[in-house]
Design a protein around this ligand. Structure first.
Ligand SMILES: [Zn+2]
Ligand SMILES: [Zn+2]
Length: 343
C-alpha cells in the first residue's frame, strides 16, 4: 500500500509536470524541484519530542508567541549539513546554469545554478561552512550574518540560505505535526505562523464556504485568518485594499495588496487544504502573481520589515472572529483586472 509520503510525492510530480507544460517559463524551475524533492522526502532529521503541555500551548498563543519561540530546538548539525549537501548535489545534477532573469527576486531557488551549488557542496564537504553558526542565523532570518559568512567563502548567500531553509523543513514539519492538534480551536489572528513564526507564504480559501486560511511554507501550518485584514499591518479598511487577478484565473487565484503598507499575499482557492509538501509548488505555480504585485509597487520583504519594526498586533478577538467566518459573497476589496505575464 502506498505511504502518504509516496502519495504526496506522486501528486507533486504530477503538479510539476502540469506547471512545466502550462508555463514554459517555469520549466527549469519545475525541473529543479523534481530534482530536490526526493532529498526532502527522504530526509531523516531526528528531533526530540516537543515538551509543551496543552496549557503552555494555549498560554503562548494567547500571548501571540509562536510555539517554537524560546524552545531552543536541538538539531544535529551533521545531519543538517548532510541534507544541505544532498540538496546542493541535486541542484548540480539538475545541471542548470542560470535561471531566467525574471525569476530573480520572485523565487527563492532562483540563485540555484549548478556552478554555485558545486561551490557550496565543496564547502560543506570540507566543513568550512560552519553549520552550527549558520542555523541560528537562518532561523532568525539574519541576512547580514549569512551574507558575511557565505561571502567570506565565496559562496552565494541566497543559495546558502535556501539550502539551509529547506534542510530545516523536515524538522519543522515534525514540530508542526506534534503541535498542531494542541493548537486546534485556539484563535491565532496573526500573519506569522503560530508554530515557527515565519510570515505566511500564501492564503487559501478552503471548503465550500471558502474560509480564509493562511499557510506557512516553512513548517506547513494552517490557521484561519480574517478575510479582509492585511496580514502585515492589520489594515481592515476595504477602501485601501485591492485584489489583482486575470479574468481567466479569477475563480482560482488572485493577489491581495494593501495600499497602507504595500504588502501583498497570494490567495488560492483550495477547497481542501494543500499538502504541506505542495505549498512550495503552489508558490511556484503562482509566481506570476508575485510579478504583478511587485510591478504594482508592492513588496513582501518591505512589508515584513515594517511589520517587524512596528511589531504590529492584530485586532481584538471578538471583532475579528466575526470577519473570519465571512462567506465568499461578502464584499471584497475593490478589484483590478490585470494582464498576466507569460511565465
Ligand atoms: Zn511555520
Ligand atoms: Zn497592510
Amino acid at each position: 500500500m502506498p505511504t502518504r509520503s509516496s502519495d504526496a510525492h506522486q501528486q507533486i510530480a504530477q503538479r510539476l509536470r502540469t506547471i512545466a507544460r502550462d508555463s514554459p517559463g517555469l520549466k527549469h524551475a519545475a525541473h529543479l524541484y523534481e530534482a530536490i524533492l526526493p532529498v526532502l522526502r527522504d530526509a531523516d532529521l531526528q528531533i526530540e519530542a516537543i515538551a509543551l503541555t496543552p496549557a503552555q500551548v494555549r498560554g503562548k498563543m494567547e500571548k501571540g508567541q509562536p510555539l517554537l519561540d524560546g524552545l531552543g530546538l536541538e538539531l544535529d548539525s551533521k545531519s543538517v549539513r548532510e541534507i544541505m549537501r544532498k540538496l546542493a548535489r541535486a541542484v548540480e545534477n539538475a545541471g542548470q546554469n542560470g535561471m531566467p532573469s525574471r525569476l530573480r527576486l520572485l523565487w527563492p531557488w532562483a540563485s540555484a545554478d549548478a556552478r554555485s551549488a558545486r561551490r557550496v557542496r565543496k564547502a560543506l564537504e570540507r566543513e568550512v561552512l560552519d553549520i552550527s553558526a549558520l542555523l541560528p542565523q537562518v532561523a532568525a532570518r539574519d541576512h547580514g550574518g549569512i551574507e558575511e559568512a557565505a561571502g567570506s567563502l565565496g559562496l552565494d548567500p541566497d543559495l546558502v540560505t535556501v539550502l539551509a531553509q529547506n534542510a530545516l523543513k523536515p524538522a519543522l514539519y515534525s514540530v508542526r505535526g506534534q503541535l498542531a492538534h494542541l493548537a486546534q480551536g485556539i484563535p491565532w489572528e496573526r500573519g506569522d505562523c503560530y508554530v515557527c513564526g515565519a510570515v505566511a507564504t500564501l492564503a487559501e480559501l478552503q471548503e465550500n464556504d471558502q474560509i480564509k486560511h493562511l499557510r506557512c511554507g516553512s513548517c506547513g501550518a494552517d490557521w484561519r485568518f480574517p478575510r479582509l485584514t492585511c496580514i502585515y499591518c492589520g489594515n481592515e479598511d476595504h477602501q485601501t485594499q485591492r485584489c489583482l487577478f486575470s479574468e481567466q484565473e479569477r475563480e482560482r487565484m488572485r493577489v491581495e495588496v494593501c495600499d497602507l503598507c504595500h504588502g501583498y499575499i497570494k490567495v488560492i482557492s483550495a477547497y481542501s487544504p494543500t499538502l504541506p509538501e505542495m505549498l512550495a509548488i503552489e508558490d511556484l505555480a503562482t509566481l506570476h502573481l508575485d510579478y504583478i504585485a511587485q510591478a504594482n509597487g508592492c513588496s513582501r520583504t518591505q512589508a515584513i520589515r515594517k511589520k517587524k519594526s512596528s511589531n504590529s498586533r492584530m485586532h481584538g478577538k471578538a471583532e475579528t472572529a466575526a470577519v473570519a467566518h465571512c462567506a465568499v459573497h461578502d464584499p471584497l476589496p475593490p478589484v483590478r483586472k490585470v494582464v498576466m505575464p507569460d511565465f
